[in-house]
Design a protein around this ligand. Structure first.
Ligand code: GDP
Length: 302
């Protein structure tokens, strides 16, 4: 598992680790080491604001030492703390009986990896013996409904679709009705990819949320925002816009396999204080990993 994660994060890891390795033998004084670390963090897309906080904290933590190993350990501890900021609530489909089915709403901009992540989640919970249904509430793009239908067929799952151009909230409504009838454990609701600046589309998310809650008290139980890690700091900008409206309960960072900007995960956890629940590490249905701060940091350093 750690080996796998390390391999998946290799682009971020190799850029970051090279710089760290160069420092091991440098014998530089502490302030110079901290300057070099700041540069390495910024290059990994941790961002200026979070990097400054990290370096300030290291300066305090390592007051009494110039030793690189101690500074590196302090950095690891600091990163784990920051990455743990929002992770109090564990992800689970175990809901009280009244909340069966659990309903998860999946939101994010087009191309970020929503549909793929839904397939990954569905496969994972199906393999754990849960019954899962998919709701294709992206009624704006016929292709999006098709894509979800293909995954549903491949995974052997019910897919509830709506009319092209129809009301997404009514698809969500139908999906809950279907799940109640069939006693499903989990419904994953795909939504239209929205430009985060489009106010109407954002309002529509609120409508879907409202309808779900009316049909099933407590639903949606999770609203997961899918963020593409390859866009680096822009993911933070996107997330802030979504947070204004939609009651996000957790984040999924996708495409960490394809980027050297993995440090964005640290910036996001630190600045948004929301739990990162899963990370996407490939295009296949199996390429989803439960996010663990310690495992993530280990994979970057070891
Ligand atoms: P959506 O528009 O948000 O539903 O995005 P899609 O699920 O269609 O994904 C857009 C593209 O990103 C597709 O080509 C996916 O195969 C790809 N993709 C999604 N998640 C990952 C990931 O974790 N790693 C990689 N390498 N590609 C991904």
């Amino acid at each position: 598992m750690l080996g796998n994660l390390r391999e998946k994060l290799s682009k971020t890891r190799s850029a970051f680790k090279q710089r760290l390795d160069a420092l091991v033998k440098s014998g530089k004084p502490r302030e110079e080491i901290l300057d070099d670390l700041a540069e390495a963090l910024i290059l990994a897309d941790v961002g200026v604001a979070t990097t400054e906080k990290i370096i300030d904290s290291l300066r305090v933590r390592t007051r009494k030492t110039d030793g690189f190993p101690e500074i590196r350990e302090a950095l690891k501890a600091d990163l784990v703390e920051r990455l743990s900021r929002g992770t109090a609530a564990a992800s689970t489909v175990d809901a009280p009986p009244a909340a069966k089915p659990a309903v998860w709403l999946i939101v994010g901009v087009n191309g970020g990896g929503k549909t793929t992540t839904i397939a990954k989640l569905a496969r994972r919970f199906r393999d754990e013996g849960r019954s899962v249904g998919l709701a294709a509430a992206d009624t704006f793009r016929a292709a999006a409904q098709e894509q979800l239908a293909v995954w549903g067929e491949r995974l052997g799952l019910d897919v509830i679709k709506g009319r092209y151009g129809g009301d997404p909230a009514s698809v969500a409504f139908d999906a809950v009705q279907h799940a109640l009838r069939k006693g499903l454990d989990l419904v994953l609701v795909d939504t239209a990819g929205r430009v985060h600046t489009n106010a109407n589309l954002m309002l529509e998310l609120e409508k879907i949320t409202r309808i779900l809650g009316r049909e099933l008290p407590g639903a949606p139980h999770e609203i997961l925002l899918i963020l593409d890690a390859t866009i680096g700091q822009n993911a933070l900008v996107q997330a802030r816009e979504f947070l204004k409206v939609s009651g996000i309960t957790g984040l999924v960072l996708t495409k960490l396999d394809g980027t050297a900007k993995g440090g964005i995960v640290v910036a996001i956890a630190d600045e948004l204080g929301l739990p990162i629940k899963f990370i996407g590490t490939g295009e296949g249905a199996e390429d989803l990993i439960d996010f663990s701060p310690a495992a993530f940091v280990d994979a970057l350093f070891e």
